[in-house]
Design a protein around this ligand. Sequence first.
Ligand SMILES: Nc1ncnc2c1ncn2[C@@H]1O[C@H](COP(=O)(O)OP(=O)(O)OP(=O)(O)O)[C@@H](O)[C@H]1O
Length: 261
Amino acid sequence: MELNQVSFHYPSHETILHAFSARVAPGKIISIIGPNGAGKSTILKLMTRILTPSSGIITLGGQPLTAFSQKQLAQKVAIVSQQNPLYDEMKVIDVVKTGRLVYHNLLETIPDREVFKYLALTNLTQLAQRPITSLSGGQQQRVWLAAALAQEPEYLLLDEPTTYLDIHYQQDLMMILRQLHADHSISIILVLHDINQAFRISDELWMIKNGRLVANGSPASCYDQQLLADVFETNIQIISIPGYGRYIVELPPKEPNRRND
Ligand SMILES: Nc1ncnc2c1ncn2[C@@H]1O[C@H](COP(=O)(O)OP(=O)(O)OP(=O)(O)O)[C@@H](O)[C@H]1O
């Protein structure tokens, strides 16, 4: 997928994304990082055609996104957003089946066995018959991931997928993503606020500020204290922990007369 000089603004609003160009090489894990309001979610919405560029073009396999029908596009690109629809009393298994609707016409005709592997992959088998509304925020997040996986996309877009997850399940999710990537060479594009997680899981980082790509490249090339401090407008230190590698630490402003230093 390629974004070529893509700009975006809402009608009668100022420009949110400025001539953004980047390429998602097949089978890569890419994280988009940057401060609140930088335009990260907007990029994901443009990549799934939820939004349309004001100028510039997005192509998939050389074809403009506009050349695909909604169903064709959904077979290639799936998104798990921050806001997901809530189907009141719908059972978890049926919500996951909604992802299969890109290959079927009716939910009722989709056999249960078609979604077993996605339930298992996201550790939801035991919860399959529960109404989705009875699940915790983190469990619901996994249901949306399972539904997106059921689309069997080539590109999986995840907007802050770890927000509701405890530390343990955050690590589980990262393992699921690595496994998907290794087994199916699926391309994964993540918006992550945890920059250490982004640096650890990604092949490539896109650093966004004020709707502009300020840096991109391998995590190794982005361990740049000054660059990170400029992007996030905060005091950043990069520390090394023997056996674990480098960690990015955001330091609060120095407190005068602080004890125990
Ligand atoms: N419907 C809308 N109408 C007008 N402006 C909008 C709308 N949705 C988002 N914006 C603005 O677009 C800009 C980019 O928003 P976006 O959600 O892409 O940022 P983000 O980098 O994902 O932020 P966050 O980290 O806070 O989720 C923000 O300034 C936001 O206020």
